[in-house]
Design a protein around this ligand. Structure first.
Ligand code: C6P
Length: 416
């Protein structure tokens, strides 16, 4: 509640809503209030049109033919890699590998890098804040290779216990894999500092940017990380597309994750050599239209400006936290310090199961998530099994937050 709005917003969410066709529909007879953006974002008309346009006018396989459509598809798909590279400050588009999502990206790194580079006694450092997708693949490696997983904890304010960091790092640490923004608490972790500390012991650094990249300007060179992963669907793009950024030398040294068509240079029955980056890691016919749609989503975000988006969400976050704090029957998790946060608030209402809260909000057209948010170790640490969660994006308004809180008040009354 100590958060302060640092800058005035210059973004009009009412105008932005016009770009998103889904807001024309009603849910349970009410205008849709979409507060489940951490699960997935809505899609602007331009992204939807790009998918429609691709299938109507360009549909063809990439890298497979000399005909016009194949050439156009190939150029469009490569162009999308370039847009993502530029978006995160990567020096070369070949450092961007398209995957299905952040989960597949981390698995690709666990198999492609971890399986071949880690040995018994090596250590990986994660945090208790991680999404399951940044825990379970490393457990697979722990069981296969005999590596150890160390875990950095959180304090009662919802921040990482950074004082413990040096004690958890040693020359045995080969990878630090850390969530940038928590999908439960909203906390934005100081990944540049963590990277600097990891580098002191020679560890590689992987950033899970699934919840940060839709809201914050990211520069992989400024952070200094070796790998960064994200999902397109949380940043206005289609589902089924995500990416990995990796440093060139590391990607070149890594083994492929999937084997088959397009990832090869030359195949004989005895031996195969690999294609150049990024195709070495994009086996088979990829999600071409998904990649193109993601490129258009990046255009949209850049047009609005990440600073404007962040400032708007910060204003919504401060507003919502202040309003929710007026009711002592709402328990909010995290947000107890002035450290940076994205617009995510997990909460519980005394005596009411969060699934009931989410269900009754839905009756009023208000979409929120309830559950364990795929972060069970963090939930356990915070002494909760489930929570309801609101999460904001560029099209949300203060009026929507008011309506959500008014509905929470009605739900509370009903249960009394
Ligand atoms: N979190 C949420 O509602 P995928 O499912 O692969 O697109 O994203 C996985 C993922 C990885 N890291 C973080 C920090 C995430 O928040 C997520 C997805 C969603 O919180 C779905 S569980």
């Amino acid at each position: 509640m100590e958060k302060l709005i640092k800058s005035a917003t210059v973004l009009d969410p009412h105008l932005i809503k016009n770009d998103f066709p889904v807001f024309k529909r009603r849910v349970n007879g009410k205008p849709l209030i979409y507060l489940d953006n951490a699960a997935t974002s809505q899609k602007p008309e331009s992204v939807i049109n790009s998918i429609d346009n691709y299938y109507r006018n360009h549909n063809s396989n990439i890298h497979r033919g000399v005909h016009t459509l194949s050439y156009e598809s190939t150029v469009m798909y490569e162009e999308a890699h370039k847009k993502v590279a530029e978006f995160i400050g990567a020096e070369d588009w070949r450092n961007i590998i398209f995957t299905r999502n952040a989960t597949e990206s981390i698995n690709l790194l666990a198999y492609g890098w971890g399986l071949h580079n880690l040995k018994e006694g090596d250590e990986i450092l994660i945090t208790i804040m991680e999404h399951h997708s940044n825990i379970v693949p490393w457990q697979m490696l722990r069981d296969l290779k005999g590596i150890k997983i160390n875990v950095l904890g959180v304090d009662e304010k919802g921040n990482l216990k950074l004082d413990d960091l040096p004690g958890l790092l040693s020359e045995r640490t080969k990878l630090v894999s850390v969530i940038h923004a928590s999908n439960v608490l909203g906390t934005v972790n100081p990944v540049k500092y963590i990277t600097q500390e990891a580098k002191k012991v020679g560890a590689l650094v992987l950033i899970d940017a699934a919840q940060s990249i839709p809201h914050l300007s990211i520069d992989v060179n400024d952070i200094g990380c070796d790998f960064l992963v994200a999902s397109g669907h949380k940043m206005l793009g289609p589902t089924g597309i995500g990416f990995i950024y990796g440093r060139t030398e590391l990607l070149q040294d890594m083994e492929p994750f999937m084997y088959g068509g397009d990832m090869i240079e030359k195949v004989t029955i005895e031996k195969t050599t690999w294609n150049e980056l990024p195709w070495k890691f994009e086996a088979g016919t990829p999600n071409i239209v998904g990649g193109i749609g993601l490129g258009v989503a990046v255009d949209y975000l850049q047009n609005i400006g990440l600073t404007n988006i962040y400032n708007h969400e910060e204003e919504l976050l401060v507003y919502a936290l202040e309003k929710m704090a007026e009711y002592d029957w709402i328990k909010i998790y995290g947000h107890k310090s002035d450290s940076q946060s994205v617009g995510v608030i997990s909460f519980n209402i005394e005596g009411i199961h969060p699934h009931d809260v989410a269900g009754m909000l839905d009756e009023q057209g208000i979409a929120v998530r309830s559950g364990h948010h795929c972060a069970q170790p963090l939930m356990r640490e915070l002494s909760m099994d489930f929570a309801a969660r609101v999460s904001f994006y560029l099209y949300n308004t203060k009026e929507e937050i008011d309506l959500c809180i008014e509905t929470l008040k009605k739900i509370k009354k009903l249960f009394e």
